[in-house]
Design a protein around this ligand. Sequence first.
Ligand SMILES: Nc1ncnc2c1ncn2[C@@H]1O[C@H](COP(=O)(O)OP(=O)(O)O)[C@@H](O)[C@H]1O
Ligand SMILES: C[C@@](O)(CCOP(=O)(O)O)CC(=O)O
Length: 456
Amino acid sequence: MERKHSSPMAPTFMVSAPGKVIVFGEHAAVYDKPAIAAAISLRSYLLVTTLSKSRRTVQLNFRDIGLDHTWEIDTLPWDVFHQPSKKRFYYSTVDSLDPQFLEAIMPHAEAVSRHLPEKQRKIHIKSATAFLYLFLSLGSSKSPGFIYTLRSTIPIGAGLGSSASVCVCLSTALLLQIRALAGPHPDQPADQAEMQIEHINRWAFVGELCIHGDPSGIDNTVSAGGKAVMFQRNASGPPSVIRLTKFPKLPLLLVDTQQERSTAVQVEKVKKLKTNFPEITEMILDGIGKLATSALGLISSADFFANSDALGHLGTFISINHGFLVSLGVSHPRLERIRELVDYANIGWTKLTGAGGGGCAITLFRTDIEDQTTQELEQKFTAEGFKTYETILGADGVGVLLPAVFRSGDGKAAEEIDQEKFENADGVQGINELVGVGARENREGWEFWTRDVSPR
Ligand SMILES: Nc1ncnc2c1ncn2[C@@H]1O[C@H](COP(=O)(O)OP(=O)(O)O)[C@@H](O)[C@H]1O
Ligand SMILES: C[C@@](O)(CCOP(=O)(O)O)CC(=O)O
C-alpha cells in the first residue's frame, strides 16, 4: 500500500524479450562453429517502477524464482565501477567480466536470500550478480530508486534461453532509463534500430557472462533481435550474425523433460571432453557446424516447401545433430525417451535443444501425419510426465510498453499495469492475459525494434 503514496518521477514501463530454440548447433556454437536459432512465442516481462525521490533503494523482485531483495543505492560500489580508467559506456563492447568489479559486487550479491537452502541461494546470487553488474555499469550513483519486477512464461533451465531473455530485459530497461535508446518507434530508420538492438545485445551478453561463465552469445542475440539467425562466434572479433528473414514456419513440437539441469554444467562437461579427447571432440563439433551450414542452404532454397525431399533431408540433419550431441554426453535418459516415443510413432525427427542434460527436445513433424497420431503421442507424453508446448518460431525480439498502459482499439478504457496487478497475475495464462505480447486482439502499446530486413 505504501507504494500508492509515492509520486513516481517517471512512468512505469515494461519490457519483454523472447526465449529461443536452437534448431542446429548448440555446444558447437561455444567453439566458434555456426548455429541456427529462432525466437519463440514464450517471453519474459520486466516491469520497472520509479520511486519517489526520497526512496533511495533498488529492489529486485524476480517472482518466478522467489528472489526479492532491496539494496540501498548509496551503499553500492559505484566508485569501483566508475573509476575513469575502467568506466564503460552504453556503446562499449564488454566480452569478459572484470575481477575487481566482481569482487566489489560479491558482498552485495551474497546478501540475498540468506534464509534459503544453498542450492536455491546460489541461483539467486547469480541472478543478483547479473543485475548488479549491469546496474552499476550503466546506472549512476545519483539514480532515483526503482523496483524491477520480473515474470516469465519461459520454463527456467529447460534449454529455451530463459536466462538470456531475462538479461535482454534487464539490459533494455537500464539502457532506456539512461536514455541511451531512442526507440523503438514506427518511423525509426532500420540502421538506428539495428544499432540499438546491438547495444542491448552487448549488455545482455554481460549478464549472460555473470550467469553462465562462457556463453557463446547465440541466446542473447536471438532474444534481442527476434526472428531467426545463423550465428557464429569469432575468437578474434564480434560474432557473425546472419538474419534469416525467410525462416520457414516449420511444423515443430516442443517437449520438456521437466528434468532440471544447468547450462553452465553441461557446457563444462563438453569442455572437459574436449580437454581429454581434443581431436575426436573437435571432429564432432565440426560435424555439428557443418550440419548448421547445410541446413541453412536447404531452408534458404527457393523450393524448400515445393521439394518433397527437402523436409526429409532437414529431418535427417536433425537426427544426426542429436546423435552428435549424444556423443558429447549431453543427452539424458528422459530426452532419449522422447526420441524413442517419436521414432516409434514414426512421425518425425527429434533432437535435444539448448544445453541438454534434461530440458527440452524439438520434433520436426513429417507432413503426412494424421491428427489422431499426434494427439495419441501428446497423451503419452503427458502420461509419462513430459510437458508439451506449442510455439511459433520467428517471434519478435525485445519490445517496450511505455507507459505500462494498454489502450484497446475497441473504445474500452485504458488499462494500467501496476506492480500489484503484475505480481498477482495467475501463472502463464494470467501473465499472457494481463501483458502478453500479441495475446489479445486490438491491443495497442507494445513497440518492437525492427531489424533491417533487407536480405544479407
Ligand atoms: N524467470 C526467471 N526469473 C529469474 N531468473 C531467471 C528466470 N529465468 C532464468 N533465470 C536465470 O537463468 C538461470 C537459468 O539459466 P540456464 O541454465 O541457462 O537455463 P536456460 O536454458 O533456460 O537459459 C536461472 O538459474 C536464473 O539465474
Ligand atoms: C549449450 C549452448 O550452446 C546453448 C545453451 O542454451 P540454453 O542456455 O540451454 O538455453 C551454450 C551457448 O551457446 O552459450
